[in-house]
Write a protein that binds this ligand. Sequence first.
Ligand SMILES: [Zn+2]
Length: 344
Amino acid sequence: MSEYINLQKDVWRGLTGDDAQLPHAMLFVGKEGVGKRELAEVLAARLLCESKPAPHAPACGACASCQMWAAGTHPDYRLVQPEAESESDEGEGEATPGEKKKASKQIRIQQIREIEAFFYIGSHRGGARVCLIDPAESMNAVTANSLLKILEEPTASFYFIMISHRWHGLLPTLISRSRQVMFSPPSDADANAWLEQNKLGSAKSWLPFYGHAPLALAQAHQRGQLKALESLLADLLAPQDPLAQAAKWEAHVKTDGAMSMEVLVTTVQKWLLDLGLVAQGAAPRYFPHKNNALDALARKLSILLLMEAQKQVAQIRRLASHPLNARLFLEDLCVRAFRPLKNS
Ligand SMILES: [Zn+2]
């Protein structure tokens, strides 16, 4: 558990100094994969722990409450998330698109009603109660308003922890009723230490690609995405004929579930951005470990054509999720993206 504390040391210290000062409604904000959900769970376990942990210490891990927590059966804890989320926890990639549609991506009003009942029924163990909502943006206005009614009630040792990756669209009242806790990506040193600890040290060169969010990188690794990306990047650093490239990538996208069309286009965009940076003498942002190969390519390109290619790829990007014809889409992408290199 403490491995997540190390990724967000400052946030943890800020939240665990004096429990009497801890706000009852917290909104954890920050980009995906920086450890918001994980730290929320470590904090929940600490709040529920019956051994009264010292300031900044995690839950004891041994008391009756901690044992129930570990077994996933703590009666004073609730996790609220969209149905689609809890299903994908079990077997991602197995459901067909038709089946996936059935599971809601929204938190349903019924789930909030259950929280209301949980709120009014009182504590089972006589201690704190915790409700985790992940992510808050999956509540629509009606659902969020019914949650607000609960947040407005006076609370004794009841804690709401809401998690949000895209908090700008949340109801202003939801934001004003809770304490915002900002999560930044951890330092590269802390992220690398975490990756090493989780036997992912060899993947650390991909950290910039994933916005320095180590948990996003770990998840991508688990899905087999890194291998597909390695191959894609190798293609981009040694570009061939656009049509031949499109044919190869079509096979990638079709046979390799780890590589979606969106990820492919995003990678091409990041490669174009890095080429632009290197061409202007700056350091690459997403692929610093490929600085030399990028530099060799950048020497051969026209910066004007590169800027045009960046614009065009950004324009066709929104078609990536539903291209009418995958091959034609990829041919179009490759022709546009490789044009700045044409005269090399
Ligand atoms: Zn404990």
